[in-house]
Design a protein around this ligand. Sequence first.
Ligand code: ZN
Length: 267
Amino acid sequence: MLPAHPTRRGLILLGAALPLAALAKPATLRRPAPTLPLVMLDPGHGGKDPGAIGYSGTYEKHVAFAAATEVHRQLAASQLCRVEMTRSRDVFIPLAERVGHAQRRAAALFVSIHADALPIPGVRGASVYTLSDTASDAQSAALAQRENSADRFGGPSFHDQPPAIANILASLVRQETRAGSAQLARTLVSSLGHDTNLLPNPDRHAHFMVLRAADVPSVLVEMGFMSNPLDEAALRTATHRALVAAAMSRAVQSYLASPGHAARTVS
Ligand code: ZN
């Protein structure tokens, strides 16, 4: 008599004695489809927080959302990953909640999308930022300060969080995450450099609150500067946004396919 829940080994042993039709593989024994990695896109700002206001009045939050939506579309079409966004409409979401959302959903990576402003209208070009306690340069420090000030519009703050758990395991996770962030940033810079203007030394780092997930490789892309008339005009067009989105999408796919990412996922 067959057991109610035969094991794979049990079925193999029974194979010699049973007709072929009885060996049809039960659904429960099929290998489950591997879950595709989740890419969390984070369109900067939103709702009562307009972000930077461009040279001719464009809001950063609109440009960031339009670009993120295009990256979402392109990545979803690739069928190589799942894609979600931290906001799917024009709504204010505090920085800590954006990070928390990526962590709760166990995202494989987090890409925050911005187009900020500096007091110098001549500065233009894309750049990519990773987290660091010390900024790579004064301009990056100022940008981080500006992005972090989004939380002045309200919501929970990182200052309410308990201090990081100081144990070896947590430190190893952080180390792995930083290695992943750095790899993703390099891939993005190289991909963006093909199609868009880059800032000098475009692979930068600073203390961005939205990149603070200890366990999700995270980068922040500044697609250009709303304070620069040429960058602002370009980012207002769907054609240019599609170009920038394609560069981001290629970089994410290349990162997910890299041996470094695979090794981090397995360990
Ligand atoms: Zn921004």
